[in-house]
Design a binder for this molecule. Structure first.
Ligand SMILES: NC(=O)c1ccc[n+]([C@@H]2O[C@H](COP(=O)([O-])OP(=O)(O)OC[C@H]3O[C@@H](n4cnc5c(N)ncnc54)[C@H](OP(=O)(O)O)[C@@H]3O)[C@@H](O)[C@H]2O)c1
Length: 231
């Protein structure tokens, strides 16, 4: 689980532990929080190990699976959850904004998935990439973020074909679940048919379905966004 030290990644990691999985708690900067997650997961009787890696660095991203396997043994599930969400539009995005979003939100999931698939070496596995309803409906806000998630949706479908039949690859496209950690907002309820925020529990339920659900589901992008992508 990348980005498992806080927020949704933490909830996802906890749900996996409750269901009996040993969990790698990957983090970037949140060392203290990741240590707390490890202690919380161990209460459920599973093995949990925190691993730091800067996913903006392709070498560190590519090494994550082998470091995980050294720490915990074979890895059979991968959740690409870590992301950055910069509040810049198409005209004000700098080359650094553009590149950092592609590095963390697209290149790192690709490199980690590639290493994961090589390590599985024909054994079954399941990957879920965290997407956004905007991924299939790009708009003007958070432009480099949206484009990186649109490309991650394409990567999800491309890898589903490339890694079949052994490894399933699906996307979880979320709407408004948690407000951005930088405090930035636009009105997330505007245009949401369900007229409410989604809950962390709903996101967790969908993740578990995609990871462990019907084996005939691959290349699917499941929206948990109250219908936002339709309006
Ligand atoms: N929150 C929502 O309502 C919502 C809506 C739509 C989509 N999503 C998607 O769901 C996922 C989780 O959302 P969230 O709001 O919980 O995410 P978040 O708080 O914005 O970020 C998740 C994690 O990404 C990690 N990260 C960022 N840059 C990194 C880097 N260079 N190296 C290593 N780790 C890095 C951070 O780890 P550290 O803190 O350890 O650095 C952070 O804990 C994301 O992919 C997001 O795009 C969320």
């Amino acid at each position: 689980m990348t980005g498992a030290g806080r927020r949704l990644g933490r909830a996802f990691a906890e749900a996996l532990a409750i269901n009996g999985a040993n969990v790698i708690v990957h983090y970037g900067h949140s060392a203290e929080e990741a240590g707390g997650v490890v202690r919380d997961l161990e209460v459920h009787g599973v093995q949990a190990v925190a691993i730091q890696a800067d996913l903006a660095n392709p070498v560190e991203a590519a090494e994550l699976v082998s470091r995980a396997e050294e720490a915990i043994g074979k890895v059979d599930l991968l959740v690409n959850n870590a992301a950055i969400f910069g509040p810049v539009g198409a005209l004000d995005a700098s080359i650094e904004d553009w590149q950092s979003h592609l590095d963390v939100n697209l290149t790192a999931p690709f490199l980690i998935s590639q290493q994961f698939a090589r390590a599985r070496d024909g054994a079954p596995g399941s990957i879920v990439n965290l997407l956004d309803w905007r991924a299939l409906r790009p708009g003007a806000d958070h432009f480099p973020y949206t484009i990186s998630k649109a490309a991650l949706a394409a990567l999800t479908r491309g890898l589903a074909v490339s890694l079949a039949p052994d490894i399933r690859v699906n996307g979880l496209a979320l709407g408004a679940i948690l407000p951005p950690s930088d405090g930035g907002t636009n009105d997330p309820l505007e245009g949401v048919p369900s007229e409410r925020w989604g809950t962390v529990e709903e996101a967790v339920e969908a993740l578990l379905f995609l990871l462990a659900g019907p084996e005939y589901v691959t290349g699917e992008i499941l929206h948990v966004d109250g219908g936002r992508h339709l309006t």
